[in-house]
Ligand binder design. Structure first.
Ligand SMILES: [Fe+2]
Ligand SMILES: [Fe+2]
Length: 287
C-alpha cells in the first residue's frame, strides 16, 4: 500500500506558513471507514503540514448518521480540536450531554431553535509557540436553507447575532453546512472581512473554488468528505442507483473501499485573523 498527501491547489497569494496560524477543516466523516482513515492518518497530516488547529465535520460518523459519545472520544482523541455537525446533528441521543457542555468541543448548527440540545459556537484556547502568541479561536456552524428541510432560523440574521458574542476573538471559523453553492457564495460575500474563513460541508464533494475574498476571508463552497470514495457520497453504489432508477429504497450502507480524507488548509494572520493562504488537501490511501 502506498499513501500520499496531494495538494490539489494553492491560492495565487499563498505564502509559506512562517508565523501564520494554520487551520485544517476536514469534510464530513462517514461511518467506521471515515473514522478509521481519519484517526489513523490525521497525526501524520498534522505533523507534515504543520497544522495548528483541526476542525472536523462528523455529522455522519455513526454508521453514516449522527455522532455517538464513542465516536466523539475517538475523533477528539485523534487530535481534532472541534467537531462540527449538520442536519444529522441530533440522530444519536447519547451525544446530547456533550453538546450541552459549557465549552463544547462538538457544536451543532446555530440556527436550530435555542431549545435544541447544544450550541452553535465555541471558543477554544490554543497554546502559543516560539513563533506566535497563544490564540483564541471561535468556531461556529450554521445550516443552509436551500434544499435542506430543517426547522431553522435565517442563517444570515443568526450569524449577525453570533458575531456579537465572539467580538473579542480575532480568529473566527464558520462551517456553513449547505446544499446550494449559491447560498454559501452569498454567505461568503456577506461575511467577507468579518470572519477568517467560510468553509462549506454537507455535499461530501470538494469544490475547486477555494479563494481569499477581497476583505480577507478564506472561502470554499465545500471541503469534501472523509471515508470511502468508491461510493456515492460515502454510501455503497448499488442501493443508491436502485433508489434513483427504480424507486426501490433499502438501507444505504456505508461504503468501505478507497479510503481518503478531503480537507482544506487555511493560513491566518494571528494579529488580524485575516486569511493569508488557502489550499485544498486530498489524502487517498492506495493511490
Ligand atoms: Fe449534512
Ligand atoms: Fe454529511
Amino acid at each position: 500500500m502506498t499513501e500520499k498527501i496531494v495538494s490539489d491547489s494553492k491560492a495565487a497569494n499563498a505564502t509559506s506558513k512562517g508565523g501564520a496560524f494554520r487551520i485544517l477543516m476536514i469534510g464530513d466523516v462517514v461511518g467506521r471507514p471515515g473514522r478509521r482513515v481519519l484517526t489513523s492518518r490525521l497525526g501524520e497530516i498534522r505533523e507534515k503540514r504543520d497544522v495548528d488547529f483541526v476542525v472536523v465535520n462528523a455529522e455522519n460518523a455513526y454508521n453514516g448518521s449522527g455522532l455517538s459519545v464513542e465516536n466523539y472520544n475517538e475523533i477528539i482523541g485523534a487530535g481534532v480540536d472541534v467537531i462540527t455537525l449538520g442536519d444529522h446533528a441530533f440522530r444519536q441521543k447519547s451525544i446530547y450531554p456533550l453538546l450541552n457542555a459549557q465549552e463544547p468541543r462538538a457544536i451543532r448548527p446555530a440556527n436550530y431553535p435555542a431549545t435544541a440540545p447544544g450550541r452553535g459556537w465555541t471558543i477554544v484556547d490554543c497554546l502559543g509557540t516560539s513563533e506566535r502568541p497563544p490564540m483564541r479561536i471561535a468556531v461556529m456552524t450554521l445550516l443552509g436553507r436551500v434544499f435542506i428541510n430543517q426547522p431553522i432560523d435565517n442563517p444570515m440574521t443568526t450569524i449577525d447575532r453570533l458575531l456579537e458574542r465572539v467580538a473579542d476573538v480575532k480568529i473566527r471559523i464558520l462551517d456553513f453546512h449547505t446544499e446550494a453553492t449559491s447560498e454559501i457564495q452569498a454567505m461568503g460575500r456577506y461575511l467577507d472581512g468579518r470572519v477568517s474563513a467560510v468553509l462549506g460541508t454537507h455535499t461530501h464533494v470538494a469544490t475547486a473554488d477555494e479563494k481569499i475574498l477581497p476583505g480577507g476571508t478564506a472561502f470554499q463552497c465545500d471541503v469534501g468528505m472523509t471515508g470511502a470514495f468508491d461510493s456515492v457520497i460515502g454510501r455503497k453504489v448499488a442501493p443508491v442507483i436502485d433508489a434513483f432508477r427504480c424507486c426501490r429504497f433499502s438501507s444505504f450502507e456505508v461504503a468501505e473501499n478507497q479510503l481518503g480524507i478531503d480537507g482544506t488548509l487555511v493560513d491566518l494572520d494571528p494579529m488580524t485573523g485575516k486569511a493569508l493562504a488557502i489550499e485544498r488537501l486530498s489524502f487517498r490511501e492506495d493511490e
